[in-house]
Design a protein around this ligand. Structure first.
Ligand code: OOB
Length: 559
């Protein structure tokens, strides 16, 4: 396909790109160049530890050689620069090998999450015109090969399915590598490196095009802020495909610094604490519900957690009370991180006073991250007031991939990304996330677009109308509640039947509504649209926990 890298999405105007280069943010590096340089400088240091299969530890030299051989094998099979490849792997060493092999070719990984199912994967493969899909054989009790067979049957452009493990009817990944005799042109630093997934507010997820230059800058900035260096041993607890464990500072930030990445197969404290002890882990990143579980479990763990120096918590709002408990429980420093796959990442700092660390979500990586906090009319609010967060900068995208219509509303005319978050800035310049204006539910860091689930429920023959909202939850922060209006005379449904209907449509399990309530009518706003705000403060069945999850969330007319 070899599409010119920037045809599919807006990029930074020339003046900005020049400024970011002149400032030394964009240094003309590529991921391939970075790995080669690290392998040349310290080829014998361990880059990746995968505790499964009797513990595999790959050095930088080995990772580089493996990526080169796999790239050659992919290229031999026709995978070329600019091609998209959907990668859906759990936290295994092959994930990193595959990604660096694709980088070497200049093919773009599309980072699916292990939880995604046929609806999402089918969409990623067809929308990106992917030529290949990389999967595990089975993961968490699910057979990905069957999913791949189903997706392939309806996606003729998908030429290859590569499997880590037993391939079934597909191609074993282990058979792909070959001698890298033909040099690959590879990408330029300003080319796209991969497509990340947005949390989404619409019926289908949007794809986020990130370049080598911009992403590597965010890694370098993150490494500096978090103190990542060659001695860092970073535990990847969250799914490696997500932007947070990938780059804040994450496994890519750790590899950039020459440290060691330890892959954690499951996030529970029993698994993770054992790895912290065995691998002398120094740093990790967690979403708030997991941080809570770890904090509680640390009290009576038999494992030695003394190597832990820093735990980053982000992806959703971390309550101040929980934040206060983390450092004493885990015996390490806390850093809050408020980021987004579209770019902007904020961190509290190691030299912030303790109150700032527990009460704010930090400040941007870069002095060139432009922040505006505006009211509904787009006017800057007074200092300290809350408003909509808009941002523009050296690692924040200027548009989603192949989404010109959506881009017109998701970005301002002068290129600021409308984050959909409601924030205020404290007197010391830190941001506090106060809520959200976008139609998205943040289920403990996992993002759910209500519209996507509403469309699925609406397809049920007994359903007249539906509205999916977030309700406050002590553990997850929010969980999902579907208000369903049944058709007159339709077969009565149970909540279980509605959940089963969603699950059977083949979507990630975290999108199945936690609660379902049948109602006769939704509260209406003056203009006759569904008021989700009214729904959240409304009826009873969500139980006593159903207080408004977010006082600032806008009404969201849809129908
Ligand atoms: C991270 O990335 P995404 O793309 O899954 O989600 C971004 C959204 C933000 O716009 C915000 O609504 C929410 O997640 N969020 C937070 C938060 N961190 C993210 N809300 C409140 N407090 C926080 N600390 O979630 C992500 C990407 C990179 C680093 C960290 C998180």
């Amino acid at each position: 396909m070899n599409a010119a890298p920037h045809d599919d999405a807006p990029t930074w105007p020339a003046g900005f790109a020049e400024r970011y280069r002149a400032a030394g943010h964009w240094r003309g590096e590529t991921f391939t160049g970075v790995l080669r340089a690290r392998a040349a400088a310290h080829g014998d240091r361990v880059a990746v530890v995968d505790p499964a299969d009797g513990r595999r530890a790959w050095t930088y030299g080995e990772l580089d050689r493996r990526a080169a051989r796999l790239a050659a094998g992919f290229a031999t099979r026709g995978i070329a620069r600019g091609d998209r490849v959907v990668v859906q792997l759990p936290n295994v060493a092959e994930f990193i090998e595959v990604v660096f092999a694709l980088f070497r070719i200049g093919a773009l990984p599309v980072f699916a999450l292990p939880a995604h199912r046929e609806t999402e994967i089918g969409y990623f493969c067809s929308f990106t015109e992917a030529v290949a899909y990389v999967i595990p054989d089975r993961h968490a009790g699910f057979d990905h090969r069957e999913l791949a067979t189903a997706v392939r049957a309806r996606t003729p452009g998908l030429k290859h399915v590569f499997v880590v493990g037993d391939p079934g009817e597909h191609t074993p990944l282990s058979g792909v590598p070959c001698e890298d005799s033909v040099p690959l042109a590879g990408p330029e630093p300003h080319d796209l490196a991969f497509l990340q997934l947005s949390g989404g507010t619409t019926g289908v997820p949007k794809l986020i095009p990130r370049t080598h230059d911009d992403y590597i800058y965010s890694l370098r900035g993150s490494d500096e802020i978090c103190g990542v260096d060659e001695d860092t041993r970073f535990l990847v607890v969250l799914p490696a495909a997500h932007n947070f464990p990938m780059s804040s500072p994450g496994w890519l930030g750790t590899l950039y610094a020459g440290g060691t990445v330890v892959l954690c197969p499951r996030p529970d404290p029993a698994t993770a604490f054992a790895l912290v002890e065995q691998e002398r882990v120094t740093m990790t990143g967690l979403v708030p519900p997991l941080a809570l579980v770890w904090t509680e479990a640390a009290a009576d763990t038999g494992h030695d957690l003394s190597s832990l120096e820093l735990v980053l918590v982000g992806g959703a709002k971390y309550s101040e009370a929980a934040a206060r408990r983390l450092e004493p429980a885990l015996g390490c420093r806390l850093m809050q991180v408020f980021g987004m796959a579209e770019g902007l990442v904020n961190y509290t700092r190691l030299d912030d006073d303790p109150e700032t660390v527990v009460t704010t979500q930090g400040r941007p990586i870069s002095e060139d991250d432009e922040i505006r906090i505006v009211d509904d009319a787009g006017q800057d609010v007074a200092e300290g007031e809350f408003g909509h967060l808009l941002t523009r900068g050296p690692y924040t995208i200027r548009g989603y991939w192949r989404a010109p219509g959506h881009n017109r509303t998701a970005f301002t005319e002068d290129g600021f990304y409308r984050t959909g978050d409601i924030v205020r800035r404290t007197s010391n310049g830190s941001l506090v996330v106060e809520g959200r204006a976008k139609d998205q539910i943040n289920r403990g860091g996992e993002k759910v677009a209500p519209e996507e689930i509403e469309n699925i429920i609406l397809a049920h023959p007994s359903v007249h109308d539906v509205s999916v909202v977030g309700v406050a939850d002590a553990f997850l922060g929010e969980r999902t509640l579907a208000y369903v209006i049944l058709r007159d005379g339709a077969e009565p449904l149970t909540p279980v039947a509605v959940k089963r209907h969603v699950r059977e449509r083949g979507v990630a399990a975290y999108k199945v509504p936690d609660l379902v309530e049948f109602v006769d009518a939704f509260p209406r706003t003056g203009i006759g649209k569904v008021s989700k705000k009214g729904l959240r403060t409304g009826p009873s069945a969500a139980g006593p926990a159903a207080t408004p999850a977010d006082p600032h969330r806008a009404r969201t007319p849809r129908h």
